[in-house]
Design a protein around this ligand. Structure first.
Ligand code: ADP
Ligand code: ZN
Ligand code: ZN
Length: 736
């Protein structure tokens, strides 16, 4: 009897054994369909064991084998095993996350044939003899026939309705044909064309050239941190290094942050290279994602650009991984399999013995520390590539000033100065809606979401109160629930209100507001960006969405309207985030020949972080921040793992974490006294969408030792969760 061991997409740290009927052949790393409870489930084969703990009569049979070849190449298989172990996530969950949705559902991994419509001889005849008047009342049919006389049309991928085609088929004017797609290596598709277009290739300046020669000199695995200010020409270096890699016949993976995957970015790659480039963006459907996966695996694409999960694309011949904006938090997945794409990319590159090139104007403290440790190589670009003009930074102290709706007199004057010169100004405010709080002027009652115990945001435009944490909304109340007064007011500033205030102050200028609300409709963001590019609007208001990726050559003034809350956050990373945000936002200004200016409004101009950042710059700030982290024993000088529990009943969540804490207390006493255990404690964000949230933080100066403790716990844990949802986040970056 042939035994087979499989991993299923379930959060259980175990595999499942089945019997493989003699007429079936399966492979390790391929999929099978198995009975699971009363269901049929897709599973991935991990082993052919010679014995099993399952009793013979309990042992069920595999229904079906889906793959004759393994789905994972050696490097990806090794990476995913490593990741499951490192992030303490069940292998089944990890393997399935790494597959395109269609494959998780059991679809064939081979490229599918496509169906096309083509004209028949009869159809051709009908088209030629149309004077008979046959199509007089069927203009669309005629149009379809005409289109088909030029070329075949793919089924379901043409502008005509299906009804028209079925009628034409009835008349035998058209027929279906099945076409197997041609699998052609990307190099063959190039033909006579060169890999890269050299018309728009720039001559590297001295700093860039030095960086480039270092990068090309090194062969095999290495991690490079390209630490260059915004506009210093990092992207040009990516492009030229990619060209070198492509010339060797190898493929390239480019990882970008969610917010950085803009049409502008993609356009720059497509303009430079003639090779097939696939982009994994959020608007692709599952079939398109599967196609991208297949094309990379069969070497049909040369470059894949995508966000976090693009890391799981498999390549026939990968030669380089580029990570743009390596510090960006969107590289860390925040649910299920909580991996960090940058960190996994480095593990993958090591498996493949290829370089990783990471770029940022504001490298993470983790990466800067790895430079110090000698793990990463550091390349600094300190000059703007296009012009030598440096930004002018200044701070407006809001204390004891007349501030109307968040805008100081001085800021308004500055704006006026820039606008009068015909330039654009950008105001950054990371809070959408009209106002973050609505309250009763008589008794102080605050309109609060009871699921999250946080104030509702007041949305004037849509006339609703909306919770930004759980997305519930309700109509704007007329009266205070507490005292019945009708004197309800708002406090605090959101982008809607900022827009309104500016419109009354600068009636002669056009304003564009870019946030999640204003760009909810598809295509809106692109429209707005075009307006800005063409100078149709002069005042831009934006949240995080505008902070990176977009270049606005005519923006000469950037103002951060209010960042005070970040200065007093409980999260030890808040200062690093603020510094990165400041530099990113500032980087939108003055990219052309014009002198740019950055203004920050704050009540705390004397805050040491701000001082350091504004007077000395990010590198110096980072140096000091790292020293502080070291003194306090915080990451990257220690490793963390966070257990998060949530439940409708606060006591249940706490109780589960208390049991986990007891386990680690015992471990600490018996095995490793250096393990630090913090909690259980209520999470800073203690209730969300009706769930009470608790945390238990483990910290250790040795990553390996922390990992030992976690593995031991995972292997022996017998904690009953009941209705509590408990997850483990290794290297957490969200401590809220
Ligand atoms: P980064 O990615 O560091 O922000 P980019 O590569 O986007 O920088 O370059 C910023 C601007 O400078 C772009 O408009 C780019 O075309 C230009 N640029 C980059 N390198 C050079 C160069 N060597 N010579 C002239 N212009 C350059
Ligand atoms: Zn809520
Ligand atoms: Zn009241």
């Amino acid at each position: 009897m042939q035994l087979i061991r499989v991993a299923l997409a379930v959060p259980l740290f175990r595999f499942f054994d089945y019997q493989l009927p003699p007429h079936l052949n399966a492979v390790i790393g391929g999929r099978v369909v198995v009975p699971f409870g009363t269901q049929k489930r897709v599973a991935v084969v991990v082993d052919f064991p010679t014995e099993t703990d399952v009793e013979a009569k309990q042992l069920k049979s595999v229904f079906e084998v889906l793959d004759q070849d393994k789905l994972f190449n050696t490097e990806m298989w090794a990476l995913l095993h490593w990741a499951a172990n490192y992030y303490q996530t069940a292998l089944g969950e990890v393997l399935f996350q790494a597959l395109p949705v269609k494959l998780r559902q059991g679809e064939s991994a081979a490229e599918k044939t496509k169906l096309f419509w083509q004209l028949t001889a009869l159809g051709q005849q009908a088209l030629e003899q149309q004077q008979t008047g046959e199509f007089k009342r069927a203009k669309k049919q005629l149009e379809a026939l005409k289109a088909l006389s030029e070329h075949v049309l793919e089924k379901g991928n043409h502008p005509f309705s299906t009804a028209i085609f079925s009628r034409l088929k009835q008349k035998a004017y058209i027929e279906e044909i099945e076409v197997t797609p041609l699998v052609q290596c990307w190099q063959q598709t190039l033909g006579e064309k060169p890999i890269a277009n050299h018309e728009n290739r720039l001559v590297l300046n001295t700093q860039q050239a030095l960086a480039f020669s270092q990068l090309t000199f090194q062969a095999g695995f290495a991690v490079w941190l390209l630490d260059g200010i915004t506009g210093s020409g990092k992207t040009e270096i990516y492009l030229q290094l990619i060209e070198e890699v492509l010339k060797k016949g190898k493929q390239v993976l480019v990882l970008v942050p969610e917010i950085g995957l803009t049409p502008q970015t993609v356009q720059r790659f497509k303009a430079r290279f003639n090779v097939p480039i696939d982009v994994l963006h959020s608007e692709l459907n599952d079939s398109q994602r599967l196609a991208v996966w297949q094309r990379a695996k069969t070497e049909q694409s040369a470059i894949v650009i995508g966000t976090r999960s693009a890391l799981f694309t498999q390549f026939a011949n990968l030669g380089l991984i580029v990570i743009d904006e390596e510090h960006d938090v969107s590289f860390k997945q925040q649910d299920n399999f909580r991996y960090h794409a940058r960190d996994l990319a480095i593990v993958l590159a090591k498996q493949c013995d290829i370089p990783v090139l990471m770029g940022s104007a504001t490298p993470s403290l983790e990466s800067l520390n790895n430079v110090k440790n000698g793990k990463y190589r550091h390349i600094v670009l300190s000059k703007r590539a296009e012009n030598a003009q440096h930004l002018h930074h200044s701070v407006i102290d809001l204390k004891q000033q007349v501030v109307r709706n968040g805008l100081s007199e001085r800021l308004l004057q500055q704006m006026n100065k820039h606008l009068q010169k015909g330039n654009q100004v950008l105001l950054f405010l990371n809070r959408r809606g009209f106002a973050p709080v609505m309250l009763c002027h008589e008794c102080g009652w605050i309109a609060t979401c009871q699921h999250c115990e946080k104030p509702y945001t007041y949305h004037q435009h849509q006339r609703v109160l909306r919770c930004h944490h759980c997305a519930t909304q309700k109509p704007i109340p007329r009266q205070c629930t507490h005292c019945g007064s009708t004197h309800l007011i708002t406090t605090g500033l959101g982008t809607e209100q900022l827009e309104q205030t500016l419109a009354s102050h600068f009636p002669q200028y056009q304003i564009t507001r870019i946030d999640r609300d204003s760009t909810a409709r598809k295509g809106k963001l692109e429209d707005y960006l075009t307006d800005i590019q063409q100078g149709k609007s002069q005042i831009l208001i934006g949240t995080q969405m505008l902070a990176k990726g977009h270049h606005f050559p005519d923006v000469t003034l950037v103002a951060l309207v209010n960042v005070d809350s970040a200065l007093f956050s409980l999260d030890f990373r808040a200062e690093e985030r603020l510094a990165q945000l400041y530099v990113q936002v500032a980087g939108r200004a003055g990219r052309a020949e014009k002198q740019g200016e950055v203004v920050l409004q704050t009540h705390y101009p004397e805050h040491p972080l701000l001082q350091r950042l504004l007077t000395q710059g990010y590198t110096d700030f980072a140096e000091q921040a790292l020293q502080l982290r070291q003194q306090m024993g915080l990451p990257p000088f220690s490793a963390q793992a966070l257990f998060k529990a949530q439940s409708r009943h606060a006591e249940d969540a706490e109780q589960v974490l208390q049991q986990i804490a007891t386990y680690f207390d015992t471990w600490k006493q018996g095995t490793d006294s250096r393990l630090q255990i913090l909690g259980p404690m209520a999470a800073p964000f203690s209730k969300k969408a009706g769930q009470y949230r608790w945390q238990l933080l483990l910290q250790h100066t040795s990553r390996t030792q922390l990992h030992h403790a976690l593995s031991a716990f995972q292997a022996t844990s017998t904690i009953k969760l009941g209705s509590v949802r408990c997850v483990l986040d290794v290297d957490p970056i969200d401590l809220s």
